[in-house]
Design a protein around this ligand. Structure first.
Ligand SMILES: [Fe+2]
Ligand SMILES: [Fe+2]
Length: 266
């Protein structure tokens, strides 16, 4: 994992996964260095990862006041319980559904939870963070973050894209990817991660971008893309085409066996 500041008050904790056939997918978590510091998502829980140690390189975990879980998928919860132990004043910002989903495996202590629905806000001391429902999401508990003082938008899985090289997913700005490559990869990710988008009413789907357009983000910080620090209009236009993109159909058993044969030594 490597970390960097994408703006004076936001650290990116950047990890990634290689997905056979799709490429490399960034797995980002963030720290908002607010008066009451906020961690957004907690990375992968793979045995060779140590989210807490990576976090400690950018902030003392004991100072963390809020752990905003954009949704409880496993690529976002890896360091959650270690962080709860290391940050005794921190509470987990999630929804009723988020608590329910977590409770099926490892219950969250209810006195450490702060329930927040899209449209509601959190006071982080020097700023107000407002929850919003990103246009694309893969989990009913998804709540992204709008930082009303800086214009930064933390979009959860939305706007993500698998990219062709590890170098691109560790880049510190999405401009490292060519516009045409980025568009194709975002549409692919939309159909992989939110396949429901191809069954929706197009007008209602287009309207779901309204809050984000009105907000006019100064940066889009997705968990699955290098930071976008300009030109969010292009990103909106790309995702508006997702209902008409080619559906994603994953490899079947025959394809898997062919793949495994290719790995065998001659
Ligand atoms: Fe997800
Ligand atoms: Fe994710």
């Amino acid at each position: 994992m490597h970390s960097y500041r994408t703006r004076p008050d936001v650290s990116v904790l950047n990890d990634y996964l290689e997905i056979p056939g799709l490429g490399f997918l960034a797995v980002n978590a963030f720290v908002i260095h607010a008066t009451q510091p906020v961690v957004i998502d907690t990375g992968l829980g793979l045995p060779d990862r140590d989210f807490l140690a990576s976090l400690a390189e950018v902030i003392d975990p004991a100072d963390i006041r809020w752990i905003w879980l954009t949704h409880p998928d496993r690529d976002h919860t890896g360091g959650l319980f270690a962080l709860l132990d290391a940050a005794p004043r921190a509470r987990v910002v999630t929804t009723f559904a988020g608590v329910g989903i977590m409770s099926a495996e490892h219950p969250l202590p209810m006195n450490r939870v702060y329930l927040l629905n899209p449209g509601q806000s959190l006071d982080a001391g020097d700023r107000r963070l407002t929850g919003f429902r990103p246009p694309l999401f893969d989990n009913p508990a998804t709540v992204g973050v709008l930082d009303t003082s800086t214009g930064a938008c933390f979009s959860s899985d939305c706007f993500g894209a698998p990219l062709p090289t590890a170098g691109l997913v560790t880049a510190e700005d999405a401009t490292a990817v060519t516009p045409s490559e980025l568009r194709a990869a975002q549409l692919l990710w939309a159909t992989v991660d939110s396949p429901w988008v191809q069954t929706v009413d197009s007008a209602k789907y287009a309207a779901s971008f309204g809050q984000l357009r009105t907000f006019g983000p100064s940066a889009i910080l997705s968990t699955h893309l290098p930071p976008v620090t300009s030109d969010s209009a292009t990103l909106f236009a790309t995702l508006l085409d997702a209902p008409h993109a080619d559906p994603f159909i994953g490899p079947d058993q025959a394809a898997l066996e062919a793949m495994l044969r290719a790995f065998q030594p001659a």
